[in-house]
Design a binder for this molecule. Structure first.
Ligand SMILES: [Zn+2]
Length: 73
């Protein structure tokens, strides 16, 4: 079940100690054990986004090149 920031109503990752949007301290039921898990989840989400953007741009450019190439012949 996701938590919500009491200050700005941003959705928080489970077990997070601080709101990523406004930096408010979150008093959750989760202990110190949850800290590393939520950190890894944020890191992987960031990594996937960073990896996907160039791939999508690359596919777009490749399709454009194919269209130009086959359009001429
Ligand atoms: Zn907040």
């Amino acid at each position: 079940m996701p938590d919500w920031c009491p200050e700005c109503n941003a959705m928080l990752v489970e077990g997070t100690k601080e709101c990523p949007r406004c930096g408010a301290k979150i008093a959750g039921p989760g202990g110190e054990d949850d800290f590393s898990g939520s950190d890894i989840a944020w890191f992987s989400a960031y990594t996937i986004a960073i990896l996907l953007i160039p791939i999508i741009i690359g596919i777009g450019v490749a399709l454009l090149c194919l269209l130009v190439f086959f359009g001429r012949s």
